[in-house]
Write a protein that binds this ligand. Structure first.
Ligand SMILES: CC(=O)N[C@H]1[C@@H](OP(=O)(O)O)O[C@H](CO)[C@@H](O)[C@@H]1O
Ligand SMILES: [Mg+2]
Length: 653
């Protein structure tokens, strides 16, 4: 994908706040003011005691270490004999932690060279295995726009990770060095400046792996900014904001942890204030956050502190109380809790060390806090899940409604949603038929859905069913907002178009523009529910999900399975798709042609050593049957490991 710098738009910041972030560890001082457009608040100083850790900056060394010393470093961390080849999965390198030191040294070198190849733009390395179990780790690489590493550069990363010897690693490095020097020549013939941001999740092995990346990037002469414990989207946000020239100026630049909270909390508050004197429903007054025993639980606390200040200061009505459960150490990471467990198992999270928690309004994050799903227990004790598809529907309907208030013909900007094959069929139908928006299906993985949203739409909403997603605003959206701002100047603030404009203006700062972000998405959803006067049950009833089932099958080599472009059908092994199609046809017959056609597909996971199976039918029994059959077919035709999988129906007989 070609890098397109975002055009700057001078439309006046929606939120202009001068922030003086103290260098002391325990003092964060907010001095901010909202533009008169949003509110007539005077300058309000806030003093917040926090435990925000300032990043540790290792200044770049103008004299990098010699090739001989680099070779020694590379040789000290050889490729494990048990592994034939490292592959770059759905979201980067991801393996059992003990297999990773080799990759981490080489990716430290690689990230420095990636920064050089961009003429000194800053890039990032996030150490995490996201929703995987604690023993796994991995890395996500952030390019200078804050998004995932450029697809062309993935191949360089893989070659470097797999170079058999330090000598061959140095040869590959030299190609990248020449690339950087060729594209960005410097007067002294040296490499351009290099800056690498590093962040890590709460896994026990993340500090050692972080130390390796830092050491290798510094060996190249790069400046390293070590943010310590942060969520994945925070790291991506820092990188995007560090390269401020790529940001539209509707978004205030804040390249640190305090700035991250500041931007989101204040734009969220600005959005709430467009609700006038609206009161919060009692069912949404307290939001319980399942932190998956990971990083999100630690970070969400800062929002609670800012909300308490906003509450005390009295400018913003309707702030919810945040109650976090499942902190690091309360239980095993991502185990029986968190977004992955809740969404895949369709079960409520286990609440470690928390009792008497209200289950009316809950969210679950994943282990690196880039996914969020909502859920609740109704009066009869039944669990209801509101996944990424439901979020996509809520958010798209809201944004389109606001746009229509200004532009009823919807001529100015093209809105749409990107989903994957895992999107529930009911959500796709609802988006097309009721929300009346455009839907594109892309391959699984943020790098694909993000690219598709960017490519196809001016306002591109993407959410994977598992809750990873965001909304991307393109140049035409900013032009639209600027033109509307000029046209509506002087209109009353309670005029519907004026309200819509203020809402739309607040969004690009609230919604993380680099990647999906559990905290940002949670605040966005909460604000929309508040403005609509809805609770989770109203939202859940927009449409009924098709019953579905997801499962995993272990095979000896999952690369024997390949799929078509949007992953809805297997292309190898040849017999597999025919057998899956027969199973779907049989289920359709059994269901007597009622409702949408049953669907099932399989694909190799890009983050786990397993083949994923998805099935959807008009009854839960149908979905379970289809999933069981697909699992057995994968096991039989694709080299299943161990005994054949048991049918899901066995439990219910
Ligand atoms: C079905 C599913 O949830 N797949 C997830 C999972 O990828 P797999 O390649 O399916 O393992 O992890 C990815 C990274 O978080 C995420 O983007 C993707 O949606
Ligand atoms: Mg994640």
């Amino acid at each position: 994908m070609k890098r397109k710098p975002i055009k700057k738009h001078i439309i006046g910041d929606i939120i202009q706040f001068n922030s003086t972030i103290g260098q002391q560890q325990h003092l964060l001082v907010f001095f901010y003011y909202f533009s008169t457009y949003l509110s007539s608040l005077p300058l309000v100083p806030f003093h917040l005691n926090t435990s925000i850790i300032m990043p540790k900056i290792y200044e770049g060394n103008s004299v990098p270490i010699s090739n001989a010393e680099l070779a020694t470093l590379i040789d000290a961390y050889p490729k494990p004999a048990s592994l034939t080849e490292y592959s770059y999965g759905t979201a980067g390198f991801r393996y059992e932690a003990s297999l990773l030191p080799c990759v981490f040294v080489r990716m430290g070198i690689f990230s420095a060279l990636r920064s050089a190849s961009l003429g000194g733009e800053e890039v990032g390395v996030m150490i995490t295995a996201s929703h995987n179990p604690e023993p796994d780790n991995g890395m996500k690489l952030a390019d200078s726009h804050g998004g995932m590493l450029d697809a062309d550069w993935e191949a360089h990363a893989v070659s470097l990770a797999n170079a058999p010897t330090s000598k061959q690693t140095l040869v590959l490095m030299d190609t990248l060095i020449q690339h950087a020097k060729g594209h960005h020549p410097t007067k002294d013939g040296k490499l351009p400046k290099m800056v690498v941001h590093v962040g890590r999740d709460t896994r026990s092995h993340s500090p050692q792996l972080a130390a390796l990346v830092i050491r290798a990037a510094r060996a190249m002469g790069a400046t390293v900014i070590d943010h310590g414990l942060v969520s994945t989207p925070m790291l991506h946000h820092f990188v995007m904001h560090a390269n401020g020239h790529l940001l539209p100026n509707i978004i205030p630049q804040r390249c640190n942890e305090s700035g991250y909270y500041e931007i989101m909390a204040l734009s969220y508050a600005a959005l709430l204030r467009t609700g006038g004197n609206r009161e919060r429903l009692s069912t949404t007054s307290k939001l319980v956050i399942d932190g998956a025993c990971g990083i999100g639980a630690l970070k969400i606390e800062k929002f609670g502190q800012i909300f308490a200040m906003l509450q005390a200061e009295g400018s913003t009505k309707g702030l919810p109380l945040l109650h976090t459960v499942n902190y690091p150490g309360d239980g095993p990471l991502n185990d029986s809790c968190g977004a992955e467990y809740v969404q895949k198992q369709q079960l409520p999270p286990k609440l470690f060390k928390a009792s008497g928690v209200s289950k009316k309004y809950m969210t679950s994050f994943d282990g690196d806090a880039d996914r969020v799903v909502f859920h609740y227990e109704d009066e009869s004790g039944k669990f209801h899940l509101l996944d990424g598809d439901k979020i996509a529907v809520l958010v798209t309907a809201f944004i389109q409604e606001e746009i229509r208030c200004i532009d009823p013909e919807e001529q100015a900007v093209k809105c749409g949603v990107v989903q994957t094959a895992y999107a529930n069929g009911s959500s796709t139908l609802y988006l097309k038929n009721v929300v009346k928006t455009n839907v594109v299906i892309a391959k699984t993985g943020v790098k694909f859905v993000h690219a598709a949203a960017h490519h196809n739409f001016d306002v591109g909403v993407y959410f994977e069913a598992n809750g990873h997603g965001t909304v991307l605003f393109g140049p035409k959206f900013y032009d639209f907002v600027a033109a509307a701002g000029a046209r509506l100047r002087g209109t009353h603030r309670h005029d519907r178009a004026n309200i819509a404009l203020r809402r739309l203006r607040a969004l690009p700062a609230l919604v993380n523009q680099s990647v999906g972000d559990a905290m940002s998405d949670m605040l966005l959803v909460d604000a929309i529910l508040f403005l609509k006067g809805w609770d989770l049950s109203t939202w859940a009833k927009l449409y009924n999900d098709m019953p579905s089932k997801q499962a995993k099958v272990k095979v000896a080599d999952r690369t024997v399975i390949s799929t078509n472009d949007n992953e809805t059908a297997a292309t190898a092994p040849v017999s597999l798709q025919t057998a899956l199609q027969s199973a779907m046809d049989a289920m359709a017959l059994q269901e007597g042609g009622n409702g949408p056609k049953p669907r099932c597909f399989v694909r190799p996971s890009g983050t786990e050593d397993a083949v994923r199976v998805y099935a959807e039918a008009n009854s839960q029994r149908g979905a379970d049957t289809l999933a069981s059959e697909a699992m057995m077919l994968v096991h039989k035709l694709c080299g299943g490991v161990g005994s054949p999988p048991k049918s899901f129906l066995a439990n219910s007989l």
